[in-house]
Write a protein that binds this ligand. Structure first.
Ligand code: ADP
Ligand code: ZN
Length: 766
């Protein structure tokens, strides 16, 4: 409800009140200010301003007086309409900030939906949708523009001007648009002196404008022709085309095994969209924004905007403006590219739709897939979700008929799927053969692959050297003082590091508790694995990829290029290497420990394990030499691992979905998570208790009742010095769940230094 009650200067006098009187009213949202929407009168001169000027319209920011002191603040005008002023005496909009609208009507609708759905203030959503570089007008500068004085054309015949001055005036009179002094000087072939003289004499009038300098370097990529599609690809493309040609919204889930040619299918779908003169948005996980992937798009489209996290504010602003002008055919980007201001959207594609990086973990805590579903439906365009391991959320919606399912069960060019075998680490026979992380069968397979000229990928999803530092004598284990979590030993810089807050201390040489010098470093990380691999295979160059070794900008691309060219024969690393890479010479993938993610206190632990193992297995067998996969595990019978070995999502879903259903977990209902945090354990808990009480009061009488778990200490009970408690809520009806939380938390203020967050459809359970 628009309101301004608290913002009256004074109560209106009775004779001023006219309930029926209509006025043109701008509704304004103030980001970072008080929550809510505020009505202001829209002055005629602002509304009627010429298009190029600072005209008042929905989607631009405005300056308005706020509160009793009429503090001047900037807010977003989210609506402009004639309506009854309801007897209120409204203040007026003071001025317009933006030279163009930042939010089209569809984007304003999307923002409103996000605010409602994610229980996030609208102002905060708007700040997430409009990039900071655009808001701050990054890269623009003031330019002084020159035009001929209004009477100049009449006076010029009799005027006594020097030849240079006359030439400059002639150019200016002939020009359809104002010019900068530099432009005019070059046209007239003179210096700035005669122009300055003309300005002094009043022949030239000036105006000041902000302009953007287009600084994006053009990309000239060698062009590639479309590939001849195989029957599976043709069928998939036909389904997407059907939706495109019917100009209707439909969500199409393309479930295609790794290397089945999904990318080629949606590239051809986007080509069709571009032929219609429309734009497409392609969302990929940040990690996939490699030159390899990007190059593939640049080779197929003339005008591609790539939005990655390394862009400067200025670059982001330039891209945004090009996109808003309709100059871009395809927007390729991570999560936030879903907010690209394409004027004629034709198609949205999400590749690797199961990836958790599509969820933002700060407010607004949106999931780009769900926002995409909403945007595509609102703008009546198809949405394509592609993955070899779709999320169970999308899988179920496809099975229920809400999404259209397209299966691509075969690899292109009749390449076989790699053969996957598990190695049971419990089995003594394997254990006896080796003392390190690599079992005997894995070592033998590596020797074979390397000996035949192939390359090897080893996955270990834990960085650092040793994940546990403990004194064997007194049992003291080294923990982060701020997070109470185990410190990881990093051998390269001889540090003990907290992986949650980056707390670092020199690695201990003796026990800090009892002084015993025999402190033990155990638990396997990528650094220790690297040492073992180098010792065992000294003749084969080995490359480690994890967030520690890939700190520098561009190091990721450089490393992958080195591997592609064969400079490294063994690539080992964290999940960073499991995604999307296509290296034909990789003949062996080893999963060093498939169990690392399996026992997390998270109902998606099995699903994550299935996805990770299936994805990394897909990195091999992409060339003529074929490929195989060895998975080391202590739980070879776990459903997630059995199904991953067979590349069988159906089998995994058959096992997993009934468990989820019996617990009311997603996708069988909506979920929300509330987390409190603050410096004192008791106060943080008291806040969580109060939240839980309010939620139960409203949620339990609902029908069906909302299931509320907690509060309990969060799995990461202490983080950066803050104690954390969480409450989990479940309901078959998402709307009911959100309403309950909205009502329960209304007006609840945490004490200073304490906070609570609401996470709708949470992925992070820690
Ligand atoms: P996915 O996205 O399913 O992993 P890609 O589209 O990346 O698969 O295709 C894998 C490889 O196969 C790529 O190198 C691609 O160029 C190639 N490819 C895709 N479709 C065809 C086709 N119809 N004929 C020949 N090669 C193809
Ligand atoms: Zn810490």
């Amino acid at each position: 409800m628009p309101q301004q009650q608290s913002l009256f200067d004074t109560a209106p006098a009775p004779w001023e009140v006219d309930d029926a009187a209509e006025a043109l009213i701008a509704t304004v949202v103030i980001a970072g200010g008080p929550d809510g929407e505020f009505d202001y009168l829209a002055p005629g001169e602002l509304v009627g301003a010429a298009k190029s000027e600072r005209r008042l319209e929905a989607g631009r920011r405005v300056r308005v007086p706020l509160g009793r002191g009429n503090r001047s603040v900037v807010g977003y005008c989210v609506a402009l309409e004639t309506k009854p002023s309801g007897g209120r005496k409204l203040k007026s909009v003071a001025s317009v900030v933006d030279r163009q609208s930042l939010l089209s009507p569809p984007m304003l609708r999307l923002a409103r939906w996000m605010a409602e759905y994610y229980l996030c203030p609208l102002g905060q959503v708007l700040e997430a949708i409009v990039p900071a570089g655009v808001r701050h007008d990054a890269g623009s500068r003031q330019v002084v523009l020159l035009a001929a004085a209004p009477d100049a054309a009449e006076r010029i015949a009799e005027a006594k001007l020097s030849a240079k001055q006359a030439a400059a005036m002639q150019q200016l009179l002939a020009s359809a648009t104002p010019l900068t002094a530099k432009q005019l000087a070059s046209l007239a072939g003179c210096t700035l002196a005669p122009i300055n003289e003309l300005r002094k004499k009043g022949w030239i009038v000036t105006s000041v404008e902000r302009q953007n300098a287009d600084r994006l370097a053009p990309h000239a990529a060698p062009r590639q022709a479309a590939l001849e599609l195989n029957p599976d690809q043709v069928a998939a493309l036909d389904t997407i085309r059907g939706a495109l040609r019917a100009t209707e919204h439909r969500t199409i889930l393309v479930h295609g095994v790794t290397g089945s040619g999904k990318t080629e299918v949606y590239i051809q779908a986007i080509e069709e969209v571009v032929r219609y003169g429309r734009q497409a948005i392609l969302l990929v996980p940040e990690i996939s924004l490699t030159p390899q992937t990007v190059g593939r798009f640049r080779a197929r489209f003339d005008r591609v905007a790539v939005l990655h996290s390394h862009l400067s504010d200025i670059e982001r602003h330039e891209h945004w403006r090009r996109i808003a002008r309709g100059d871009v055919q395809v927007v390729v980007g991570a999560r936030s590219a879903i907010f690209a201001p394409t004027p004629h959207l034709g198609l949205i594609v999400l590749d690797e739709e199961h990836e958790a990086t599509f969820k933002q973990e700060t407010a607004p805590r949106y999931h780009a897939r769900d926002v995409a579903v909403r945007r595509a439906a609102d703008q009546n365009v198809p949405l394509v979700l592609a993955s070899a391991t779709p999320s169970l959320e999308s899988w179920r919606r496809a099975k229920c008929g809400e999404f259209t399912l397209v299966e691509m069960p075969r690899r292109v060019l009749n390449l076989p799927m790699p053969v996957v075998r598990t190695i049971d680490l419990r089995n003594e026979a394997y254990a006896r053969g080796s003392h390190g992380a690599l079992s005997r069968p894995l070592v033998r397979a590596m020797e074979e692959s390397l000996g035949e000229g192939g390359q090897v990928i080893l996955l270990l999803n834990r960085r650092g050297h040793s994940t546990h530092i403990q004194c064997p004598s007194c049992g003291k284990s080294m923990q982060c003082p701020a997070c109470n979590l185990s410190l990881t030993f990093h051998r390269h810089d001889n540090l003990a590091v907290c992986h949650y807050c980056d707390y670092q201390v020199p690695a201990p040489t003796k026990c800090p508790e009892c002084g015993n010098p025999g402190i033990r470093f155990s638990g396997l990380g990528t650094q220790k694995l690297e040492a073992e691999v180098r010792a065992r295979f000294p003749d084969y160059p080995c490359l480690r990829m994890d967030t520690d070794s890939m700190r520098g900008r561009g190091s990721h691309e450089e490393a992958l290029a080195g591997f592609r060219e064969g400079r490294h024969r063994i690539l080992l690393g964290t999940q960073m290497i499991a995604k999307g890479l296509d290296f034909p010479n990789v003949t062996l993938v080893g999963v060093v420990n498939a169990d690392t993610a399996l026992h997390f206190p998270d109902f998606r632990a099995a699903e994550r394990t299935f996805q990770l193992v299936t994805q990394v297995a897909g990195r091999t067998g992409r060339g003529p030499k074929g490929g195989r996969v060895l998975v080391q595990t202590l739980s070879p019978d776990a459903a997630a691992i059995v199904a991953a070995v067979q590349h069988d999502l159906q089998a995994f879903a058959r096992q997993e979905l009934p468990t989820r259903e019996s617990m009311g977990y997603p996708p069988f209902g909506a979920m929300a998570r509330l987390v409190t945090r603050g410096p004192e354990e008791q106060t943080s808990l008291a806040l969580a208790d109060e939240l839980a009480r309010l939620l139960r009061e409203l949620g339990e009488p609902c029908s069906p009742p909302i299931r509320i778990l907690g509060p309990t200490a969060a799995p990461i009970a202490k983080l950066r010095g803050d104690f954390r408690f969480h409450i989990q809520l479940f309901s078959p009806q998402g709307e009911l769940l959100r309403n309950t939380i909205r009502r329960a938390t209304q007006g609840l203020k945490p004490p200073d230094h304490y906070a609570w967050i609401v996470d709708i459809d949470p992925l992070d359970m820690m």
